[in-house]
Design a protein. Sequence first.
Length: 152
Amino acid sequence: MMKNFIRSVMLLAPLASYSVFADNYGTAEEAKALLEKVVTSLKTDESATIDKINKGEGGFKDRDLYPFCVKADGSLTAHPVFHPNLDERNLKAERDIMGKAFGEEMIKNAKEGQISKVTYMWPRPGETKPVQKTAFITKVGDHVCGVGYYKK
């Protein structure tokens, strides 16, 4: 009986670890839904939304998914990973490992009422190795906001 139990555990272990691994990363659909939540929330209460994003609260941070917002000049107004050093970051100055000026592209392509995509190389939160990331971007009032998901 013990042999059967051990055999079952050994057969199921790879599936269990895959399931845990797969659930650690957000999907494109979840990233887009989170951006839509940001848009709705900003329109309702801008100040509270920015505060919640910076703190990663209120459902504004989920695994490796998180929103960010900047002004047209590139100054970061909301970002749970870089907070509290928001004043030190400027999205227009950001380039990925390949030299792509993805911040400028995001600001340039953001349009009110439309969602566009920008793909670039960026490390997951807590990691240093860049991987492909695609961010959904839109403009909400005087903010350019996005939520990106990482390639698995």
